[in-house]
Design a protein around this ligand. Structure first.
Ligand code: ZN
Length: 83
């Protein structure tokens, strides 16, 4: 699934452009784009043009990523305790 295109802006920063609403974001990468498409509250303006089924699929993916990150953080804490 293609949901964004990447490029570089005038400041030399990597940019991602949403193919649905054509908003461009500098920095943050694919994770930020996914937050935009999923309509994640607080951190970024949500996409007004993304189809509902795509939005749902991406929010599920994002949830998976958060769960994984939580596990990783937990693993690191345990590792620190071992030291
Ligand atoms: Zn968009």
């Amino acid at each position: 699934m293609m949901d964004s295109s990447s490029g570089v802006n005038a400041q030399g920063r990597k940019t991602m452009t949403c193919i649905n609403c054509h908003k461009t974001f500098a920095g943050g990468g694919i994770f930020r784009m996914k937050q935009h498409l999923a309509g994640a509250r607080g951190s970024i303006v949500s996409c007004g043009k993304v189809p509902p089924e795509v939005r749902h699929a991406i929010s599920v993916t994002l949830k998976d990523i958060f769960e994984k990150k939580k596990e990783e953080n937990l693993g690191q804490k345990i590792h620190l305790v071992d030291l």
